[in-house]
Design a binder for this molecule. Structure first.
Ligand code: URA
Ligand code: SF4
Length: 214
């Protein structure tokens, strides 16, 4: 893929401006089958930015991130961790839905390394405008996108990591003094055998995030 860079405005002044530009992105092939680009949303003054994997089926149709089942669970966990939702911005590592058609059903497919790299300019641009204090990485795709392919959720979750110093491409990120914290993806809680334990783990990690910005 050619990557998103040529669609990113040079001196963007707002998230809305980025979002409009991203609507026309053809930086990788995922735009061909998806309904629309699903850009990030939330407060421009947000101190915490959440990064998911990619829009799901519901998000693809509605054009907004985390508005399906995973989003409902995430909002509940944010609330239980004592994070003010007004202090949040939520986005995805990859901004088009990747799926496989089985009959009429669209089955989620994890984005590949090439999609993550192709879409990275959008998240870099979002961070440059938002200048968050903390980036919360939800699951392996977000972790790999921002920390590199050796990232493992099970080993690194719940810890504050200096970032972008520990990023795979620190030079990409023109924002100093951010921290990152990884945790499991809310979809992993929905799939877990022991959902209560998985949910409590997510909330405990998010409490670390809440404490880091207060
Ligand atoms: N899962 C994600 O990673 N992102 C969304 O926006 C929805 C579900
Ligand atoms: Fe562009 Fe990202 Fe969509 Fe690929 S997934 S077309 S890089 S917005």
């Amino acid at each position: 893929p050619v990557g998103a860079q040529e669609w990113v405005p040079d001196q963007p002044r707002s998230i809305d401006e980025l979002k409009s530009a991203a609507a026309g992105c053809e930086g990788c092939e995922l735009y061909e089958n998806a309904t629309q680009t699903v850009f990030g949303r939330g407060a421009e003054h947000a101190r915490i930015v959440f990064v998911g994997e990619q829009p799901g089926d519901v998000e693809d149709q509605r054009g907004l991130p985390f508005v399906g089942p995973a989003g409902r669970l995430l909002r509940e966990a944010v609330d239980d961790a004592g994070i003010d939702p007004a202090d949040l911005y939520i986005t995805n590592a990859v901004k088009h839905f990747r799926f496989e058609l089985r009959g009429k059903r669209r089955i989620h497919q994890t984005p590949g390394p090439a999609h993550i790299v192709a879409c990275r300019p959008w998240i870099v641009a979002e961070f440059s405008l938002l200048k968050p204090e903390l980036v919360v990485l939800l699951g392996a795709t977000a972790g790999k996108a921002l920390l590199g392919p050796s990232f493992r959720v099970t080993q690194q979750r719940g810890k504050l990591l200096p970032w972008p110093a520990s990023a795979q491409h620190p030079e990409d990120f023109p924002v100093a003094e951010i921290q990152a914290m990884a945790t499991i993806h809310p979809s992993a809680v929905l799939r877990a055998d022991d959902r209560d334990t998985a949910y409590r783990g997510l909330v405990d990690d998010l409490k670390v995030a809440a404490a880091a910005v207060s």
